[in-house]
Design a protein around this ligand. Structure first.
Ligand code: DC
Length: 430
């Protein structure tokens, strides 16, 4: 199972607008389940059926085939081959949807489609019963509300913007009716799940609500991440000592400038992903960290005698280009023991100063270990006297849940890896 975020609440609380933004921010798929009920409402309405009569609606179900498609990240609902995404937004379809949604057979009919979406992708799913019935194991559940008057105001603005003529009173009446319908029906009524966080958006604008939701998600998903602590204290004491010596030696060989060191987490173990210029990059990074790091290093360097010294600093070999599972597992073990893990995902040093493509091992480890990634960009220049001058710029920690893949398919891993690559690129001067 991937990461499932369930967003429930009454109509007009802003769920879909907010869920869309939140999904975009997280890189998740947004599933608007209301659109499914609307599609069935539309089908029955077009045939002139009484949408509140189960005996008129249920026989239609075998004739309805629904699919969800994504075009530029936007959900489209395809009903029997027709894209009904716009048609289902007509005002008269809202009530038809509410009516058909009270029919248990309709809910049953839509259940597997919703669950399949949640199994295949990391999703933000909005609806009425997502946290209670559809995805009871969702990692994050949010119940979003707003006063009926505020919701009516918002709907009015939407309708006016589309040139649809409808009065505030009509909308308020419809909202109250739908609220009543949705929360009093016998089948999966609108109800806050016991473990859902309630968010009232009456006094929030869209940006405010999106931030509030992202904050709830971040708090919850961080609490679910393995809490690993730090590398053993004895080792850290030794490390502090070595760090000062290393920093002194480094300064003799090259000039290093650090930027945004405040982005370095004070504690915890995480992955450090950086681009690679010089053999001293690991030292330049390591001396500024609060925790000890293990280093994934290409196999060849362990052929030299110096390798024995590197092992004291928790360097371990990786066979490049071969999906070296045992090296990836060693990396995960280090994280589990509280160490940081430094990876140069290009796999080798850049010859021309440009960043090469990243190998996917970094996203494999991040996803398998649920580890956050600290991106670091290194820019190399020469001073006028020909000395090497490194700028080491620290980016913002990328939370593990933005990197988590659902299957370990190579395309998903590449996607996750590219998130890291783009962050690192943004930290390097051209
Ligand atoms: O969110 P919406 O306005 O598009 O939803 C249309 C109707 O569908 C709404 O009145 C309630 C119903 N619905 C539901 O019962 N369960 C869901 N998961 C989503 C919507």
């Amino acid at each position: 199972m991937g990461i499932n975020i369930a967003l429930d609440g009454p109509s007009g609380a802003g769920k879909s607008t907010i869920a869309k933004e939140v999904a975009k921010n997280l890189g998740y798929v947004y599933v608007d389940t209301g659109a499914l009920y609307r599609s069935i409402g539309l089908y029955a309405y077009r045939l002139g059926k009484k949408t509140n009569e189960a005996s008129e609606v249920v026989p239609l179900l075998p004739d309805i085939k629904l699919e969800l498609k994504y075009v530029d990240g936007t959900q489209r609902v395809i009903m029997n081959g027709e894209d009904v995404s716009e048609a289902i937004r007509a005002p008269e379809i809202a009530m038809a949807a509410s009516n058909v949604s009270a029919i248990p057979e309709v809910r049953e009919f839509l259940l597997s489609l919703q669950r399949t979406m949640a199994e295949k992708h990391n999703i933000v799913m909005d609806g009425r019963d997502i946290g209670t019935v559809i995805l009871p194991n969702a990692q994050v559940k949010i119940f979003m509300t707003a006063s009926a008057e505020e919701r009516a105001n918002r709907r009015l603005k939407e309708h006016l913007a589309k040139g649809q003529n409808i009065s505030y009173e009509e909308i308020l009446k419809e909202i109250n009716e739908r609220d009543y319908n949705d929360s009093h029906r016998a089948a999966s009524p609108l109800k806050k799940a016991d473990d859902a966080v309630e968010l009232d958006t009456s006094d929030l604008d869209i940006n405010g609500a999106v931030s509030a939701v992202l904050e709830i998600i971040d708090r919850k998903l961080n609490s679910l991440r393995p809490q690993r602590g730090m590398a053993p204290a004895v080792n850290r004491f030794f490390f502090t000592f070595v760090r000062w010596i290393a920093l002194g030696l480094l300064r003799i060989v090259m000039k290093v400038r650090y930027e945004d060191l405040s982005n370095i987490p004070k504690s915890g173990s995480y992955i450090i992903a950086a681009n690679h210029h010089t053999v001293l990059d690991p030292v330049a990074i390591g001396v500024k960290m609060n925790n000890i790091s293990a280093y994934m290093a290409k196999e060849d360097i362990f052929e030299h005698k110096i390798a024995h010294a590197l092992k004291i600093f928790h360097a371990f070999p990786v066979k490049r280009g071969k999906g070296d599972r045992s090296a990836l597992n060693t990396g995960i073990e280090y994280l589990n023991r509280g160490y940081n893990l430094t990876i140069f995902p290009e796999g080798t040093r850049s010859k021309d100063g440009k960043i090469g493509s990243f190998k996917s091992g970094v996203s494999f480890i991040a996803s398998e270990a649920d580890a956050d990634v600290l991106p670091i960009g290194i820019t190399r220049r020469k001073t006028r006297l020909g000395r090497t001058f490194l700028t080491v710029r620290v980016g913002k920690l990328i939370p593990y849940y933005k990197l988590k893949v659902n299957s370990l398919s190579s395309s998903e891993l590449r996607h996750s890896r590219d998130i890291i690559l783009n962050e690192v690129k943004g930290l390097v001067d051209e």
